[in-house]
Design a protein. Structure first.
Length: 162
């Protein structure tokens, strides 16, 4: 019969016991860093002339990153928060219905037609078809390799800390 004695068995068992918590902490920290990097790419690249030019900056200001630990594990998300009604149609494209535009903050609307400036209290917009101008999904696709590599490193880093 062979008998084996292992020096440091208790320390090894303690390390194995701590590993799941360390791995969740490592994944959570990585997810938070990656979500912030993705949000920065969306704001500083895609919504600053890369895909869309900022008119008011409302869409860019609405981009938020969130990461944490939930019931099913670690999560991260980046998206538009708040009341930016055109966020989805810019990302996915789509059609707007015909609608009336009424001057709300001024006495009249002003626009140029054929080189002449026209003033009107209201106009009937015929609706429009907007092409897809992905700023979220395209950023995620561009960072996918970096995100996968960083998350794949998390177990090794957790093992080294435990």
């Amino acid at each position: 019969m062979i008998s084996v004695a292992l020096d440091g068995e208790e320390a090894l068992q303690a390390r194995f016991a701590a590993f799941p918590a360390e791995m969740i902490a490592s994944l959570s920290a990585k997810a938070a860093i990656l979500a912030e990097a993705l949000a920065a790419k969306v704001k500083d690249d895609k919504l600053s002339g890369g895909v869309l030019n900022a008119a008011s900056g409302a869409l860019r200001a609405s981009i938020v990153a969130e990461a944490g630990v939930g019931g099913d594990g670690v999560f991260a998300s980046v998206g538009s928060a708040g009341d930016v009604k055109y966020a989805a149609i810019q990302e996915y494209g789509g059609k707007t219905a015909a609608h009336e535009i009424v001057a709300a903050k001024a006495g009249a609307l002003a626009f140029a037609v054929g080189g002449a400036t026209i003033f009107a209290k209201r106009v009937r917009h015929p609706g429009s078809a907007l092409p897809e101008r992905s700023y979220l999904r395209s950023s995620l696709a561009e960072m996918a390799d970096e995100i996968v590599a960083a998350l794949a490193d998390a177990p090794r880093e957790a093992w080294e800390r435990s």
